[in-house]
Design a protein around this ligand. Sequence first.
Ligand code: SF4
Ligand code: SF4
Length: 259
Amino acid sequence: MKHLDTDTLDGLEGHIKEGETFRFRCHDGLTCFNRCCRNLNLFLSPYDVLRLKQGLGITAGEFIDRFTDAVLREGKHFPELLLRMNDDAEATCSFLSEAGCTAYEFRPDTCRTFPAEHGIYYDDTGKKKRVLFLRPPAFCEGIHEERELTMDAWQKDQNAEKHNAMNELWAEVETLFANNPWGAEGPNGQRGKMAFMAAYNVDAFRSFLFESSFLKRCKIKSDLKMKLKRDDVAVMKFGFEWIKLFLYGVPSNMMKMKK
Ligand code: SF4
Ligand code: SF4
């Protein structure tokens, strides 16, 4: 989910206005079924990684090694994770089977929202709004089906609300990365590695929190400390706050460094 750098949404391709409906239904009776799950640049958010590693029953580190490639796009200051496609003629997704997506329950946000994309927009009053754009590939037959949906109904249908909430939190961190925090060491230095871990690897970040001297140097409320021991989402939210505080000096009500 990206912040949209635009003054107006008018005329932007595929924009679905609030309350406006669009037609869509995806099912295995369509000849395009599974066609969109190949040859993709599918970027994963930190929460996508969390849900996929939980669903597959592996650690975040294993998931990152086995299923992703880290890329640093031009003009960006923080690496992103691409879902690695199979090395076959059609570059199919690793989770695709003839019957459909084998990771359906924990599929990434992009797949939940497809063939729409969403972004975050600030209106004239500074109010944050989530906006949706319908941008199906030419071969998508689902958009000719009878079912009519609003943006909200579509997100509920896809069980995307938790993804949306977590991705909005991550978008706030990503916005900070518009400013290069690394100086001469670059994003592959020690601080960059720590921030990457805090963003994408909840298991390693939890070990850092509890097995390093971090808790001797930092005050955290005891109920939050308990939660961090068992709750991956809490660790990820804490990781986002940690990045904001340690790289950009944004105060956090989750942690306070001891003097
Ligand atoms: S994760 Fe599932 S829905 Fe998404 S591209 Fe892969 S097979 Fe398709
Ligand atoms: S192309 Fe459209 S209708 Fe066909 S499988 Fe993909 S999302 Fe569904």
